[in-house]
Ligand binder design. Sequence first.
Ligand SMILES: [Co+2]
Length: 444
Amino acid sequence: MAAQVPTEGLKDLKVSEPANQPNGSNGKPATNGDEEEHGDDSEDEAEDAAAAPAEGAAKKKKKRKPKKKKKNPSAQSDPPRVPVKQLFANKPFPAGQEVEYLNDNAYRTTNEEKRHLDNLNSEFLQDYREAAEVHRQVRSYAQKNLVKPGKTFIEIAEGIEDSVRALVGHQGLEEGDALKAGMGFPVGLSRNEIAAHYNPNSGNKMVLEQNDVLKVDIGVHVNGRIVDSAFTVAFEPKYDPLLQAVKEATEAGVREAGIDARVGEIGGIIQETMESFEVEIDGQTYPVKSIRNLTGHNILPYSIHGTKAVPIVKSNDQTKMEEGDVFAIETFGSTGNGYVRDDLECSHYAKVGDARHADLRLSSAKSLLNVINKNFGTLPFCRRFLDRLGQEKYLLGLNSLVNSGIVEAYPPLVDKKGSYTAQFEHTILIRPTVKEVISRGDDY
Ligand SMILES: [Co+2]
């Protein structure tokens, strides 16, 4: 999810050490289980794998398997429905890309005290790695089978959301269940000039088209540890330079992030990378602009937007990244104004963390707040999430909660009509010993 620049603007600038590019390990999604199958349990598995490709193999296996031999499937299904906890039954979840700190912070990689601190955080890390593995497996499915011209936005949104819930093993239909693990925020499906926060409300009839540029922003959380990571899909090669500009800008941000790095300077490097590109679309050439009022952000438990922003244009913001921080590094490029405004029907909402207790006169607002507290806490939700819990006619109550400052509305953020915008985003953990790009996959 994108954060917006507060109206007062940003402060002052200066940087220190950029952490530099990696040779870290990539988290490898176990989406295609054939190899593992032979590894952990050979005999009749080999026959299955030979006889039937991917999906069929998983189904057949279920029927044939003698129970005691193997309780856990090792291949993901299509659509993905096997919880990753089962896929990694006796194994740790894969690490993200681990990048060593440089210069003044290089000592951290081997330092005893820092390693000890890191070990104290093992639960945090396991939760984060599980959420990231779910993210990789769901987006891999989305890229292959779901985000295609002709699909409705509702089909794409539900396809992603249902997969996330299955893979974390929490459907989120009973009170409190969605707080254990599930959607970290509603999936963003923002096309063309819409840069962020679009999600189809019930009844939406929109269909993805061949000429569209779609930002797919997926949040997965496990115990409140939110992985926030996004990519852009286009079906026409004319958009490639736009996508490449944004991908490289995000990589620059990921590379520069690290302990003691100043966010304002990172913004400058992101902007320089982004704006070195231009793109020709239907005979007209456009400079690619960083969208200056959108930013990356730190992430806190159950809170997608922390208190620190990572601008994507040069700024004087001196805020430092620190040990223990979690950041969503996201950049947005545009062929339009490079500036977004609120527009269109709202779908995304979140309870404000430090909202004061207001006296709610409207009983529908009171009961809706109760539903929000029990199911989402401060995690963002959308109208369809309320629908699936059986809530009806809640709009008056919802608007009343927004007007009393208890719930914040996050309407779609839109650039100039007819323009195209793209986004890439990773979540990074500023661990005591290394920087871990937790959402890294072999796709982006
Ligand atoms: Co974000």
